[in-house]
Design a protein around this ligand. Structure first.
Ligand code: NAP
Length: 183
């Protein structure tokens, strides 16, 4: 784990949370926010994503233009290099795989802007948040009371800044984009 703390590429959590920090019901997301999906794509494209097997199953397919690194305890799942889908069995192996993918795919001068995105869900955020230097957070203006939650963000350790607010309509609730940087 010491290796991860000093990792060359920053670990950045990316998440959408309700006001009470719920992220999903265990199977799927609880809202459909077109602006958030666009933002998520533009931020993560060309970078590796680390996600739990349940989150991968809920998405249903690898996200293109990104490495899809999936944590699982199952031993029989096969990588698919063509679609950049890789299974790993520990968080450390996930970070090693993400580093290797960037190193193989991009020249040295292209690597400066690369991040490793922690893509959820709840179990993976819990494993990874202590190692993240940044959180890209979408705050959705709803209260959900129950479901899978994002770990507690200690205000003493993080500085947050709002980037944009999106008004809701009949299709989706109001939400805002925030960046948290570790102090
Ligand atoms: N709002 C958001 O931004 C957002 C983002 C992502 C996901 N989500 C939501 O989050 C929910 C899923 O979260 P979740 O916490 O239930 O599941 P998860 O974190 O997506 O996946 C959990 C699975 O990851 C594997 N895993 C976890 N720790 C591991 C370790 N140390 N070593 C090896 N494998 C490990 C296990 O897979 P195996 O069972 O295969 O062993 C485990 O069952 C869904 O509702 C999804 O929609 C929301």
């Amino acid at each position: 784990m010491e290796i991860i703390k000093k990792n060359k590429f920053p670990l950045v959590a990316i998440v959408a949370v309700s006001r009470d920090f719920i992220i999903g019901d265990g199977n799927k997301m609880l809202w459909h926010l077109p602006n958030d999906l666009k933002r998520l794509k533009s931020i993560t494209l060309g970078n590796p994503l680390i996600m739990g097997r349940k989150t991968f199953d809920s998405i249903g397919k690898p996200l293109s233009g990104r490495a899809n690194i999936i944590l699982t305890n199952k031993k029989n799942l096969k990588d698919n290099i063509q679609f950049d889908k890789y299974f790993v069995q520990s968080f450390e192996d996930a970070v090693i795989k993400a580093n290797d993918w960037i190193n193989k795919k991009f020249k040295k001068n292209e690597q400066n802007t690369k991040n490793i995105f922690i893509f959820g869900g709840g179990e993976i955020y819990k494993l990874a948040l202590n190692f993240c230097s940044q959180i890209e957070l979408t705050l959705v203006d709803v209260n959900l009371k129950k479901g899978v939650s994002f770990p507690f963000i200690d205000k003493k350790k993080w500085k947050k800044k709002m980037i944009q607010k999106v008004e809701g309509n009949e299709s989706y609730p109001s939400h805002s984009f925030w960046v948290y940087n570790r102090k």
